[in-house]
Design a protein around this ligand. Structure first.
Ligand code: ACO
Length: 311
């Protein structure tokens, strides 16, 4: 019966076995995974917008080629993750519809505008840096297709993080104006980057269950702390100041203490009222509609092929 199946399922999870698409799984596990992986996929795809915005204005041909490659990687990440979600028995059309209707979320960070070239550095360094901390942990997630997707994504993501840090380092070695531009980008992107890890553990609706099922391997607050600890040193090396007066080393904890996130802002942004939410979704809807003819052409071609084969 259901209870025995669920106990056997949990035993497999506890033994660190991966769950594969055709294995038995509780319906709530399947739903929770569809929710998390699809939101992760949407984040990768919507995340192309703030950076795509700068491809034509990158300061050198080299930077342009690198940024173009990076944005294409993000698209690829979205596609692996949509495929992983589809193994759970939901269609791509349903997933896109949930994004467009607002039923599915995507990472809050991509609702902030990229105003200057330094923002591309800050996004690579901080946003991709935060994404890696989370995704390294997800390489050990219990669902096989998700875990395997994360391995490749992490490799590419670490290149993204370095390209961002390199932009920041270059700006910090430049003129006063360039240094000010880099600092301004950090001032605007630091707090939203900390929000990427989600609410505090005590406020996190899905955490307890996701940790038991080993969908999540480390908690929102643990991962956020790890990110803060690594970023402080990276900022110091190139002379940037993180905009938090409460940031200081705590000898006893062996970690940096830091200030409180503006949770009102977080809640506004995840519920659709951040600076760019409407623009991001409108752009995705328009791109999806513009691409309708490609999907229709593929379907028509497939139908013709099948007709020919059945003659
Ligand atoms: N942005 C948008 N929504 C968020 C964020 C955020 N930064 N943090 C939490 N939420 C949402 C959750 O999706 C959930 O909403 P839902 O119930 O409508 O799905 C709600 O807030 C409550 O949060 P939690 O219970 O903590 O949710 P969860 O356990 O899923 O943890 C987390 C959130 C940490 C983001 C998790 O889903 C995760 O690790 N996802 C995979 C990583 C990912 O999506 N990265 C995307 C950014 S990286 C990139 O694209 C470069």
């Amino acid at each position: 019966n259901e209870q025995q199946l669920e106990a056997a399922f949990q035993a497999r999870i506890d033994a660190e076995e991966k769950i594969e698409p055709k294995d038995w799984m509780p319906e709530r596990y399947r739903k929770n995974l569809i929710r998390q992986i699809s939101q992760h996929a949407h984040s990768e795809v919507i995340g192309m917008q703030p950076e795509g915005n700068w491809i034509t204005r990158a300061p050198t041909l080299h930077r342009k080629a690198v940024l173009l490659a990076k944005v294409q990687d993000e698209c690829g990440h979205g596609l692996y993750l949509y495929s992983a979600t589809e193994t759970l028995g939901i269609t791509r059309e349903e997933l896109i519809e949930a994004l467009h209707s607002g039923a599915a979320k995507y990472a809050s960070i991509f609702n902030y505008p990229s105003l200057t070239w330094a923002d591309i550095g800050a996004i690579g360094w901080l946003v991709d840096g935060a994404a890696i901390v989370n995704q390294v942990s997800l390489q050990r997630t219990s669902y096989g297709p998700y875990a395997r997707g994360m391995v490749r994504i992490c490799k590419e993501e670490s290149f993204h993080q370095r390209q961002g840090y390199h932009i920041m380092m270059t700006l910090m070695q430049g003129s006063d104006e360039q240094r000010a531009m880099a600092q301004d980008a950090v001032n605007r992107f630091w707090w939203p980057s900390l929000m990427m890890f989600g609410p505090h553990d005590a406020e996190s609706a899905h955490s307890a269950q996701s940790m038991t099922w080993k969908i999540k391997r480390q908690s929102n607050d643990e991962l956020r702390q790890k990110f803060v600890d690594q970023s402080v040193e990276q900022a110091e090396v190139i002379g940037l100041t993180l905009p938090d007066p409460d940031l200081k080393w705590n000898e006893e904890r062996g970690h940096y203490d830091f200030g409180e996130i503006d949770w009102d802002e977080f809640n506004r942004v995840i519920s659709g009222s951040g600076p760019c939410n409407r623009q991001r979704i409108a752009h995705h809807v328009a791109a999806h509609e513009d691409g309708a003819w490609v999907r229709e052409a593929i379907a028509a071609h497939e139908a013709k092929k099948q007709q020919r084969a059945s003659k």
